[in-house]
Design a protein around this ligand. Structure first.
Ligand code: MN
Length: 474
C-alpha cells in the first residue's frame, strides 16, 4: 500500500532523583527489558524506542519538543516505574502535539510477600506514580489513552498495538490530500461540507480539478503501458466476457487500465492520497472509472464517489489505521426485511473495495444506467464475513459529527446472477430496528467507510484526538 514513511514510538519512563542513582539504574534496566520484550513480541506494528529517564521538568520538556520536531516519531508511551512528581510533566505534556499513551503497568507481576521491604516498595510504586501522572493528564485534558495491565499479557500488548495504529493514522491525517475530479453530485446534501474547517480540524487538504485535467493524463498513457497492466489483470482476476465479444470486452477493460495508470500518475505527481469522481462530470471520458478506482483503493488510496471528499479522506485515514486490511468505501443500498434475516445490502454503482473480497474477483463489463457513457468494466465479488465498524462523517453546520455503528458482515449464500457489482452484506447492532433508527435520527450518511479490521475504540481514540463529536451505535 501507499507508505506513510518510517514510524516509531518513544518510550518515556517517569521517575525522579529522590531515590538515588542506583535505583535509577534499575529503573532504566527494567524499562529496557519491557521495551525489548514489547518489540520482540511481534505484536506491535511499530518499534518502541526507550529514551532517557524522565527525572526532571527540563528533561521531560526537551524530550517532548524532540517528539514534536521529528516526523518519524508518531507518539509517546509513558510508564511510571516510581513516583514522578506531576508538576515536572506540565510543560512537556502541554507542548506535546502527538498522541500519548499512559501504560499503567508494573515491572513485577506479583507482590513478593516473603521479601518485600520499603526499598522494594519505593522502587516499585507504579500504582502511586500512575495516580499522580493520571491527574495531570486529566487536568490538562490531554485526551491520552490509558492501557492497564501486566506488560507480558497479550491483551495489553494488543491494546498498545491498536493505539499505535490510531496514532500513525492521526499523524497521517495532516498529510491527507484529496484530489476531486469534478464537484459534488448535484442536489445531494450529505456529501457537502466545510473544507476550510476540515483542514483546520483534521489536517485534510481538499483540491478541485476539472475533469479535463485528468483527461490529459489519460490521453498520454501509451498502448504498451496499457498492455502491461492488462497482463497484471490476467494474473489476478477471472475474466467474465458475458455477452460481449472478447475483442469488445478487452477494449472496455483497457479503457479502465488507462484510467488506472492516469489517475495514479496524477495523484502521485501532486502528492494526493485520496480522490473522488462524479458520474455527472465525465466530459472527455469514455467510461466512469470503475475497475480503475477499485484497483487504486486496493493499493491504499482513499476514495468516495459523487465528489464526497469527506468520505474519501476518511477512507484513506482508516486504510492507514488498518494497514489497508478489509477496509473501504461503502454505500447503504437495499434492506433485507424478512423476519430474522434483517440486514443491509452494501455496494456502489461500480466502486466496491476489493480489500473486502471473500473470493477471487472477476472482471465484468456491463452497462451503467446512469452517467450516459460506454459500458464500464468493474470487479465483481462477494464481501467477506466478520465483525467490524461502519463510520460516516457529516457536517452539521456548527460542527462535524462522526457516526460509528458496529456491524456483523456475512457472506451471501444465495447467488445474484443479474447483479453486475460487488456486494457486501451486514447486520447492524444492537439490532436492525434500533440500529437503523439511531443512524437515521443522528443524520448518518449513505456513504461510509467500513472496516472489519478496526474497533470502535480505535475510531473513538482518533475522534478524541481531533476533538470530533461522535455517536456510537452498538
Ligand atoms: Mn454513492
Amino acid at each position: 500500500m501507499l507508505t506513510t514513511g518510517k514510524k516509531e514510538f518513544w518510550f518515556v519512563v517517569g521517575s525522579q532523583h529522590l531515590y538515588g542513582e542506583e535505583a535509577l539504574a534499575e529503573v532504566k534496566a527494567n524499562a529496557q527489558t519491557i521495551a525489548d520484550a514489547l518489540n520482540e513480541s511481534g505484536i506491535l506494528p511499530y518499534p518502541l524506542v526507550l529514551q532517557d529517564l524522565a527525572v526532571s521538568a527540563d528533561k521531560i520538556t526537551s524530550i517532548m519538543k524532540e517528539v514534536n520536531y521529528r516526523d518519524e516519531v508518531a507518539g509517546v508511551i509513558t510508564w511510571m516505574h516510581t513516583f514522578s512528581p506531576a508538576k515536572m510533566w506540565i510543560r512537556g505534556t502541554k507542548l506535546l502535539q502527538k498522541p500519548l499513551l499512559h501504560l499503567a503497568t508494573q515491572f513485577n507481576e506479583s507482590i513478593p510477600w516473603a521479601t518485600i521491604d520499603m526499598d522494594f516498595m519505593n522502587l516499585n510504586q507504579s500504582a502511586h506514580g500512575d495516580r499522580e501522572y493520571g491527574f495531570i493528564n486529566a487536568r490538562l485534558k490531554k485526551q491520552n489513552k490509558v492501557v492497564v495491565g501486566y506488560w507480558e499479557r497479550p491483551e495489553v500488548r494488543q491494546q498498545i498495538a491498536q493505539w499505535m495504529d490510531v496514532a500513525v493514522a492521526y499523524n497521517e491525517s495532516f498529510n491527507i490530500k484529496v484530489a476531486r475530479f469534478g464537484d459534488n453530485m448535484r442536489n445531494v446534501g450529505v456529501t457537502e461540507g466545510d473544507k476550510v474547517e476540515a483542514q483546520i480540524q483534521f489536517g485534510w487538504t481538499v483540491d478541485y480539478f476539472g475533469i479535463g485535467d485528468l483527461v490529459q493524463y489519460v490521453n498520454a498513457v501509451t498502448d504498451e503501458e496499457i498492455d502491461a497492466l492488462f497482463a497484471v489483470y490476467e494474473c489476478h482476476y477471472e475474466f467474465d466476457y458475458g455477452t460481449y465479444s472478447r475483442e469488445n470486452w478487452e477494449k472496455s477493460v483497457k479503457v479502465q487500465a488507462s484510467y488506472e495508470i492516469a489517475i495514479k500518475r496524477f495523484l502521485d505527481d501532486g502528492g494526493y492520497t485520496a480522490f473522488t469522481t462524479n458520474f455527472e462530470d465525465l466530459y472527455g471520458m469514455k467510461q466512469l472509472p470503475g475497475l480503475a478506482v477499485q484497483r487504486l483503493m486496493a493499493q491504499g488510496y482513499g476514495f468516495a464517489g459523487e465528489g464526497d471528499w469527506k468520505t474519501a479522506a476518511l477512507d484513506r485515514l482508516l486504510k492507514v489505521m488498518s494497514h489497508n486490511q478489509s477496509t473501504g468505501f461503502m454505500e447503504d443500498y437495499t434492506y433485507e426485511l424478512a423476519a430474522g434475516l434483517e440486514s443491509i445490502l452494501q455496494s456502489h454503482m461500480l466502486e466496491v473495495d476489493p480489500s473486502l473480497a471473500s473470493n477471487k474477483p472477476k472482471i465484468v463489463v456491463s452497462p451503467l444506467g446512469i452517467g450516459d457513457r460506454e459500458d464500464p468494466a468493474r470487479l465483481v465479488f462477494d464481501g467477506k464475513a466478520g465483525d467490524g465498524v461502519v463510520v460516516s462523517m457529516a457536517d452539521f453546520g456548527t460542527n462535524y459529527k462522526l457516526l460509528i455503528n458496529e456491524v456483523s458482515a456475512y457472506e451471501p449464500t444465495v447467488p445474484a446472477p443479474n447483479l453486475p457489482v460487488a456486494r457486501v452484506l451486514w447486520e447492524v447492532k444492537p439490532n436492525f430496528q434500533d440500529g437503523v433508527k439511531a443512524w437515521l435520527e443522528n443524520g448518518g450518511g449513505h456513504h461510509t467507510v467500513v472496516s472489519l479490521n478496526l474497533t470502535t475504540d480505535q475510531i473513538i481514540t482518533y475522534a478524541k484526538l481531533v476533538g470530533l463529536e461522535y455517536v456510537v451505535i452498538k
